[in-house]
Design a protein around this ligand. Structure first.
Ligand SMILES: [Ca+2]
Ligand SMILES: [Ca+2]
Length: 509
């Protein structure tokens, strides 16, 4: 058991110990955005042929027939073990594309040639992404075997066999479709301690780490120093070959010292530049001191210009407290506002409850007949009372007029009675007229009596009954009585006139 645990631990230690030190090599990498500078150049890289560099990618070939392009590092990488991740897209309108793309690590920088846009007889490694199936027709099984990914190492003596897609020259490979994928293709090529591994991300998902192993080859001997490059070519069919990123890492095996690869001449140049800038800074500092003598103490003791840790903490605490204080103040203000509003509402509610009782009390004092409803307003009550007073006034006037008419009628009746007696005493011949007159007078009296009873009935009606105004008459009562009085006067005048005439006529007989 103890032996097992010991072996397990030693295995873990061994695994941990085997991990190389990884360092990003910016001079052998590019990545968007801002791949190109203003002068269309790519820092640390050079592109040629039909390649076009833009901010987001380098288009090694456009999708036009018979194009060739490539991009290469300016300087040779001198680290033995490395890992590169190439992010690219191969897109075209056809169901079949051509020719393909190659990633290179060669002793010499490539030049334009027949092998995916670069030269043949190279020294070093090539990884081909071969779109077009050149040997598909001649295949014994008549099976298409492209698009295909393969690695080939050349010592400068071999010619790439295009006609059979280099199927017999490969270190290894895998058949994968890398054209027209929703996300960029990723290929991770690792060369570590003479073992070559190619991983492939098919670009079907957005997961950048979704790699699968395509090939692994041992005992691979590559140049100790070389140039990284990407090339591509189109033929009768054409695809866009766009490289979005080329990320290089150097791998240093554990135990091996990381070599200082700083160029001595470059170091001397930077040192000189630093000295120049430092001198300039000191000069400007002195000038500033001369111009601002009031800030002398800051220059004498630069520590004064900075706050120490304790001061900073204290200041932060103070600021925090200040903020809390302000917030509390604001809250207090809000509370006061709320209280004020609450008091206002309470006072209004109490006023309303008092006002609701006062209205019926006032109504009871003033009339007693006004309905004690809150909805009746003061001016409405006044109006009803005024109307009632006017009605009473008018009724009194009518009573006076009727009394007057009655008095006059009595006077006329009396005078008529006296006249009748005189006629009877005078001749006793007017007996034919007197019964008629008496009938008319009786009718008149009868009518008058009816009118009188009506008026009396009207006057005796309870004054405040209901308090509602009477319905408006078609003819006003005063006009009616005046008309009756005039009629009566005319009738009586006519009768007196007729009697006088009859009396005069009797005198002639
Ligand atoms: Ca091919
Ligand atoms: Ca093939």
């Amino acid at each position: 058991m103890k032996v097992c645990v010991f072996l397990l631990f030693s295995a873990i230690i061994c695994v941990n110990a085997e991990l190389p030190k990884i360092r990003f090599e910016y001079k052998y990498s590019f990545k968007g955005p801002h791949i190109v500078q203003k002068d269309r150049s790519v820092p640390f890289w050079e592109y040629q042929g039909d390649a076009i560099a833009s901010d987001d990618n380098i288009r090694i070939t456009p999708s036009l027939r018979s194009k060739k392009g490539s991009v290469w590092t300016k300087s040779a990488a001198n680290f033995e073990n490395w890992s590169v991740e190439v992010v690219f897209k191969v897109t075209g309108r056809g169901r079949v594309g051509a020719d393909g793309l190659a990633v290179w690590f060669t002793e010499m920088k490539g030049i334009e040639g027949p092998v995916f846009g670069s030269n043949d007889y190279w020294k070093g490694l090539a990884v081909f992404f071969d779109s077009f199936d050149n040997d598909g027709q001649n295949n014994p099984s008549n099976m298409h075997n492209n698009p295909y990914i393969m690695a080939m190492v050349n010592d400068g003596t071999k010619q790439y066999e295009h006609q059979n897609d280099g199927i017999n020259q490969q270190l290894g490979g895998c058949m994968r479709d890398f054209r027209n994928k929703p996300f960029p293709i990723r290929a991770k090529i690792e060369y570590y301690q003479h073992v070559l591994t190619v991983f492939f991300n098919s670009g079907l998902t957005n997961n950048k780490d979704d790699f699968e192993l395509c090939l692994r080859a041992e005992n691979v001997i590559l140049p100790k120093s070389g140039y990284f490059g990407v090339s591509a070519a189109t033929g009768g069919l054409a695809d866009d070959h766009d490289v979005l990123a080329f990320l290089t890492h150097s791998l240093v095996p554990p135990g091996q010292k990381v070599e200082s690869r700083i160029d001595e001449t470059e170091k001397a140049k930077f040192d000189k530049e630093f000295d120049q800038y430092y001198e300039q800074l000191e000069k400007q500092k002195k000038e500033y001191q001369q111009q601002h003598p009031d800030k002398q103490e800051h220059f004498e003791n630069p520590e004064n210009a900075y706050e120490n840790q304790a001061d900073r903490e204290l200041r932060m605490i103070f600021e925090g407290q200040n903020f809390i204080h302000q917030t509390l103040k604001e809250l207090g203000k809000r509370f006061d506002e709320l209280l004020g509003r609450q008091e206002l509402v309470l006072s209004r509610v109490s006023q309303m409850s008092q006002g609701g009782v006062a209205v019926p009390q006032g109504g009871a004092q003033q009339g007693g007949a006004v309905p004690m409803i809150d909805t009746i307003k003061r001016h409405e009550v006044d109006r009803v009372l005024n109307t009632q007073n006017e009605l009473i006034q008018e009724a009194r006037q009518i009573r006076n007029i009727v009394n007057d008419v009655q008095q006059r009628a009595n006077i006329i009746q009396n005078s008529m009675g006296q006249g009748g007696q005189q006629v009877q005493h005078g001749g006793g011949a007017g007996g034919g007229v007197n019964p008629q007159m008496a009938l008319v007078m009786h009718e008149l009296q009868e009518n008058l009596r009816l009118v009188k009873t009506d008026v009396a009935h009207m006057l005796n009606r309870p004054q405040g009954a209901g308090g509602c105004p009477l319905p408006p008459p078609c003819l006003s009562s005063s006009v009616f009585f005046v008309a009756i009085a005039i009629q009566l006067a005319i009738l009586i005048g006519y009768m007196v006139y007729r009697q006088n005439k009859e009396n005069q006529a009797k005198k002639f007989f």
